[in-house]
Design a protein around this ligand. Structure first.
Ligand code: NAD
Ligand code: AKB
Length: 317
């Protein structure tokens, strides 16, 4: 029986993942943790265990692992790309020292550890089109530096200690439950909220900027599928390229226009986030994830747009 501890559980991914895991593995078997409590998560707080945990606190993490007899950790606590450029020292501290604690605990207690990487693990010298699974990784952001270092560290723990570490390189994730926490791809979430509220959106990302994206249901399924995959079949354990679609701001706007014909987009480009976006791939090659553990996303751009707009209409009324 899996007993799972999720860190950073009140974020964009965690807030939905915890509910899915509780449905799948039982409410009491999924312990949600976050550095601080936040409003708007009553269902998560009331449906199973919730504990305050800063992932830099190893002692408290061990205490919780022992208290709940944890055998799987999903480490989602992190600082993302845009906040990481504003606070690079915090980004290193949380993303690296936090991950190191999780790895050490996973090694000591023989726990499976899932840690997401990102398209941010690539940089300007990486091939932009059909970015291969194994390629040049010289990111130009602190977030990206921590993601590459994290991937390599997780590989090291598997190779050196046999710790069952797994992970994917997520593209930008789009969802309607919890707003994203300070990334570069956040524009592709905000645009749907503004489409419902005001029928217009001012994009901080310039036209023509392509980035990989994925709808949250596909991302959650990918986490569970990789966690449950046969470890013997995994060659690229810690950093599978995965993607579902790749689009520019004008392409997502055109998709929204199919459902809201009056919708308009204009641009006020933020140079910091634009530079980050320009350094990332245009489209990933996810063949290894498909071949090694059957990754197969269900949502393309229009199917996601239709669902996002329907869900947000309900949520915002
Ligand atoms: P998020 O910013 O929405 O949530 C992160 C959560 O971690 C927040 O609730 C925050 O309060 C918490 N947190 C921050 N510092 C902490 C600490 N020291 N200890 C404990 N909790 C702390 O992030 P997310 O979008 O849910 O991302 C989760 C993981 O997935 C991250 O590793 C991120 O790099 C990766 N990822 C996300 C995306 C995306 O588009 N959302 C894309 C690629 C990779
Ligand atoms: C960000 O924009 O920082 C994240 C990511 C792609 O890692 N959404």
């Amino acid at each position: 029986m899996r007993k799972i501890l999720v860190t950073g559980a009140l974020g964009q991914i965690g807030s939905e993942l915890v509910m899915l895991l509780r449905e799948k593995y039982g409410n009491e078997n999924v312990v949600a943790t976050n550095r601080s409590k936040k409003e708007g998560h009553d269902e998560l707080y009331n449906s199973g265990p919730f504990e305050l945990l800063d992932i830099r606190d190893k002692e408290k993490t061990v205490e919780l692992v022992e208290k709940y007899e944890i055998n799987t950790i999903i480490n989602l606590a992190a600082i993302l790309s845009a906040v990481g450029e504003a606070r690079p020292q915090d980004c290193w501290d949380i993303n690296m020292n936090g991950l190191y604690n999780m790895l050490e605990i996973a090694r000591e207690k023989e726990i499976m550890l899932f840690t997401p990487s990102s398209i941010a693990a690539f940089g300007p010298s990486t091939p932009k089109e059909k970015t291969p699974q194994d390629t040049i990784q010289r990111p130009s952001t602190m977030y990206g530096v921590t993601k590459v270092a994290g991937e390599i560290l997780c590989d090291y723990y598997y190779q050196r200690f046999g710790t069952d570490t797994r992970g994917v390189r997520f593209p930008g994730l789009i969802s309607y439950e919890t707003l994203p926490g300070g990334g570069t791809t956040d524009y592709a979430v905000h645009i749907y909220y503004e489409a419902i509220k005001n029928k217009k959106y001012t994009s901080f990302i310039a036209p023509g900027t392509k980035m990989d994206m994925m709808y949250m249901p596909d991302a959650l399924e990918a986490i569970v599928d990789l966690m449950e995959a046969d470890g013997d079949k995994l060659v690229h354990r810690n950093a599978f390229n995965i993607t579902a679609m790749s689009f520019t701001p004008e392409e997502i706007a055109a998709s929204i226009k199919k459902f809201i014909p009056e919708f308009e987009i204009d641009y006020e480009v933020d140079p910091v986030r634009q530079a980050i976006a320009d350094s990332w791939p245009d489209s990933l090659d996810d063949t290894c994830a498909r071949e090694e553990w059957g990754f197969n996303p269900k949502y393309d751009l229009d199917k996601m747009t239709e669902d996002m707009l329907n869900k947000l209409r309900e949520k915002l009324k």
